[in-house]
Write a protein that binds this ligand. Structure first.
Ligand code: ADP
Ligand code: MG
Length: 582
């Protein structure tokens, strides 16, 4: 193919793709613009996960009539003039790309009026082409409506997830900006129904309550720190008793910009070292305020990554006050195994696994549960087809390494089995078998657990209620976003079932389980992940033998329900070759 210059239309779509990945990226850009325009109130309205419609209204400065078309040109910005400005950015926007990008891949309508002008202006774009420009009456501020995102980029449209998943991403963006700007009143509407709001009181604690609920906020304490070099850190961190299975309860801002920075997140996680169980993550909201010349925000078009000139100084500035605060609030600050004692899943806890306990219903009484068999109706479940060639031979367990892998010997060589993946497979087939036989075994809680959900979690719960019931959960609404957990799948042997359930909900909100074809299948995968033995657990020989025996009986023993391998096989031939015997 000869070299040719891309047409402006194609170039615009490619450029837009860097900024706008999904509806939530549009919301992020529009919220940032509203904040830069010093809005006091920001309202976000969403229909069908933002695929059909997104509307962001603010009461900020507005755009003066003569500048409106210019605002939609690529690299047009009021926030930066010289290249030096780029090295001390004080606004959230600076690339002058968002409006042009969003307009290129949607049908966009903007109405704006600065406070000192009497009439407003309305402009309309379709696929990047200006379609209308009219004077209109308008409230002070800016209202942007984005309809049919990616209608002209079908390849992108295909990558969007279910409405509920996209809504979850939007909810996350809105709540994170609300955490960064407690003085701004945020509200979020899904199909006309308000799902989130903050008061704009300026108090971060109030926002914590709105985002994660009172139960979580109550377990968080304020952090403040300042270094000699003028880096200040403030926010809230969870006490060691509060932890989650997912990382996204750690929200970080630099100069009030929400960032995703693995190294900085790691620095915070390190501050919790020995305080949290293995595989669990802290809950924290932290804002790092520093000289804008010390941080490069122009790393990626989405502006979600930053580079620090001296990262070590920033990490210390964050880690020190966080560590000091948690130590203060953890009177039993000793190695991790003293905390909680959640079914022995602690580093070095050396406690036995629970996979065979789940089968032994006698144990349940100790956990405040009683066994109950519930017949669930519903269509027969098509199990994954069994792959005959994937069957495994009977194995003899040799031992365990790294508290993670079981070593076993088979008729043809060595097997390394991932204990977590293998147990996930065993539990998954057990649960699916029960579902198929319409005999899902659930455990009724003697005392129902009260769940205080965030609006986002409540939305997922409502959307997936049937699937949750199908695998053995029983829930009842308890006013507002509260629910009572009445029963759980038999295999979920956690001590804190409410906590386990929240982890499951969070994971459900995150979407993709590639192998799952139906919703309850997906829920089952997530439940089994939570219920299975983890890496970091020492298993007795009896437990290992039992795990291997159950795996042998599985239909598809070689992969976990996520599709990852459960075992690695080194044949006698491979071993001989490696040792140079051939
Ligand atoms: P950037 O934010 O990087 O400058 P954008 O494409 O997002 O680029 O916006 C272009 C310009 O339009 C901004 O610099 C700002 O002057 C103006 N603008 C956009 N949104 C708003 C808004 N909600 N209120 C006031 N001005 C806005
Ligand atoms: Mg912008």
């Amino acid at each position: 193919m000869p070299i040719q210059k891309l047409s402006p239309d194609v170039a615009a779509k490619i450029a837009a793709g860097e900024v706008v990945e999904r509806p939530a990226s549009v919301v992020k850009e529009l919220i940032e613009n509203a904040i830069d325009a010093r809005a006091g109130t920001i309202r976000v309205e969403v229909i069908r996960g933002g695929k059909r419609l997104l509307k962001v209204s603010d009461d900020g400065l507005g755009i003066s009539a003569d500048e409106v078309p210019l605002a939609f040109e690529r690299h047009a910005t009021s926030k930066l003039t010289t290249i030096e400005d780029l090295f001390q950015v004080k606004t959230l926007g600076f690339r002058g790309e968002a409006l042009a990008s969003v307009a290129a891949v949607s049908q966009l309508n903007l109405i704006t009026r600065p406070a000192d002008q009497t009439t407003g202006l309305q402009i309309r774009f379709e696929g990047g082409r200006q379609k209308a420009l009219d004077r209109v009456g308008a409230p002070g501020g800016t209202i942007i409506t984005v309809e049919n995102l990616f209608y002209n980029v079908p390849a992108r449209l295909k990558f969007l997830k279910a409405d509920a998943t996209e809504m979850g991403h939007i909810h996350r963006i809105v709540s994170h900006y609300a955490l960064a700007y407690p003085e701004i009143r945020f509200s979020l509407f899904n199909a006309g129904r308000q799902v989130f709001q903050t008061s704009g009181s300026g108090d971060l604690y109030d926002v914590l309550v709105s985002v994660w609920g009172l139960a979580v906020a109550k377990q968080m304490v304020e952090v403040e720190g300042k270094t000699e070099r003028g880096i200040t850190v403030y926010g809230y961190v969870g006490t060691p008793a509060l932890h989650r299975g997912q990382r996204d309860y750690l929200v970080l801002f630099v100069n009030r910009r929400w960032i995703q920075d693995k190294a900085l997140a790691h620095a915070v996680a390190q501050a919790y070292h020995t305080f949290l169980p293995v595989g669990r993550h802290p809950v924290a909201v932290l804002n790092v305020m520093m000289d804008s010349a010390e941080v490069d925000v122009n790393v990626h078009p989405t502006k979600a990554e930053v580079k620090f000139r001296e990262s070590g100084a920033v990490f210390t500035a964050v880690q020190r006050p966080v560590r000091a605060t948690i130590t203060e609030h953890a009177p039993m600050a000793r190695p991790a195994q003293v905390f909680g004692g959640e079914e022995g899943r602690w580093s070095g806890g050396g406690h036995a696994g629970d996979f065979n306990r789940a089968a032994d219903l006698g144990e349940w009484s100790q956990l405040g549960l009683e066994a109950q068999r519930t017949g669930s109706r519903g269509e027969a479940f098509p199990l994954e087809p069994a792959d005959e060639s994937a069957q495994m031979p009977p194995l003899r367990v040799v031992g365990q390494i790294q508290q993670m892998y079981v070593i076993a010997e088979g008729p043809d060589g060595l097997y390394l089995i991932d204990q977590h993946a293998a147990h996930e497979r065993v539990l998954y087939e057990k649960l699916m078998g029960q579902k198929e036989a319409a005999a899902v075994v659930s455990q009724r809680l003697l005392t129902p657990a009260l769940l205080e959900l965030t609006p986002a979690q409540a939305a997922v719960l409502e959307a997936e209620k049937e699937a949750l019931t199908a695998v053995g959960f029983e829930l009842e609404p308890f006013g507002g976003y509260s629910y009572r957990l009445l029963a759980v799948p038999e295999m979920l042997a956690a001590e804190d079932l409410a906590d386990a359930f929240l982890d499951i909900l969070t994971e459900m909100a995150e979407g993709a389980v590639p192998m799952a074809r139906q919703t309850h299948e997906r829920v089952a995968v997530i439940v089994c992940k939570r219920a299975s033995i983890k890496g970091g657990q020492t298993l007795s020989s009896k437990e290992m033998a039992e795990l291997v025996r159950q795996l042998e009986q599985s239909q598809n023993p070689r992969t976990c329900p996520h599709g990852r391998p459960t075992m690695i096989h080194l044949s006698a031939y491979q071993l001989a070759r490696e040792f140079g015997r051939h």
